[in-house]
Design a protein around this ligand. Sequence first.
Ligand code: HEM
Length: 423
Amino acid sequence: MAVNVQQLSRQALGIGRFAREIYAMRAQNAYHGLVRGDPLSQLQLAAGRADPHAVHERMRALGPVLPTRLGNLSTTSHAVCQQVLRSRAFGVDDPAAPRPGSDMLDLSLLALNPPDHTRLRRLAAPAFTPRRMAGYEALVETAIDRLLDPVARQGRSFDLMAAFASPLPIAVITRMLGLPDEPGRLRHIGATVASALDGVRSIGHALTLYLADRDLKQTFDALLVRAAADPGDDLTSALLAQEGDQITLEELSALVGLLLLAGFETTVNAIGNGVRALLADREQWQLLVDDPSRAGAVVEEVLRYDPPVQQTARVLLTPEPVRLAGVEARRGQWVMLLLAAANRDPDVFTDPHRFDVTRPDMGEHLAFSGGIHYCLGAALARMELAAAFRALAVRFPGLRPAGPVVMRPGTVLRGPRRLPVTF
Ligand code: HEM
């Protein structure tokens, strides 16, 4: 095979530039976070990731809407988050103003404005209707039993994440999509791809991402070929039946990818964050043990207190500026919506830093975002989470921590990587 020296040197130069950009970005974050005290940069550093709420409170004290060092805006305010999420003047994509720290992922619905968003969302929505949901309930209960039976038999200490929180949503979403049953492999691919949400950290990370992305695409290609040849009662077959006029193969592949990622990189964190909060306050855990029908309320409070998706962003698309709590947003400016901070806004929640499964105001949380991008899987997630918390309380009333919790690295998605428990 002939070696194209010019091409190789161009590639090497490109990689060199890419590496310099990544490391420069990390250095800038460290400088602005540590030296200049920039809160958004701090959220990306270890201390900020360990306790994002402390950073949010410092930001809240400075005002509801703050300028960012890249010329954008950020908000900790529930009212401003709602205003932006519900406004048609804001969108999720503006080719003229790429999102800061933009990632390598095609996030399908999450990265599309109307009318493409409207068209694709209409196609996917029927899969999440109450009728479909009823069908998934049995699937969820079976998956829970399959995971917890061996735990109950085998011993008293286990890592809740590896034994339960991770495999449960994977089992549910892979069955929904008609993917082969390979939880270990999918978990690895999912975790790798999700890590791109926080931006690329290093050349090694970029390579791992590239390989995971390729692996995922191959898996989807095989899935689409199988669904075309032998359609089943799964979501992929249903979506494929609409291919052509309504959805291209590329769009379909990205949508299935988003469902897979959204399906298990969020619910897993919600189970982990929830069990962590419940066990940290024995009284709250006992309330659930004494009355497992509280599981629905527990889900809402867990999502309010420590949401798996901590932040999102919108960009102003209109030429007319929009006022946000007295601050003017201009066309092309991004607004970082700190959903986790909005969920602890004292204007909406009484005693916001207290985890309380009996609070009356928990339903106001923004863990599933709002407006046209409101989480499509919210009903599925709520059902899955309630079933998970209920099952844990019924089977293991004496559940308690058994070692230090290790959190996963990342700013956008938040949850434990390891959560040792005993019963
Ligand atoms: C606790 C679990 C979950 C949480 C906290 C969560 C959170 C979110 C959030 C915050 C958004 C909107 C982001 C934005 O506004 O920019 C979103 C969108 C979405 N979620 Fe979820 N999600 C969860 C579970 C699921 C599940 C189980 C599925 C599906 C299997 C799912 C599918 C989606 C889809 C397709 C979108 C895009 C909707 C659109 O852009 O129109 N999510 N989710």
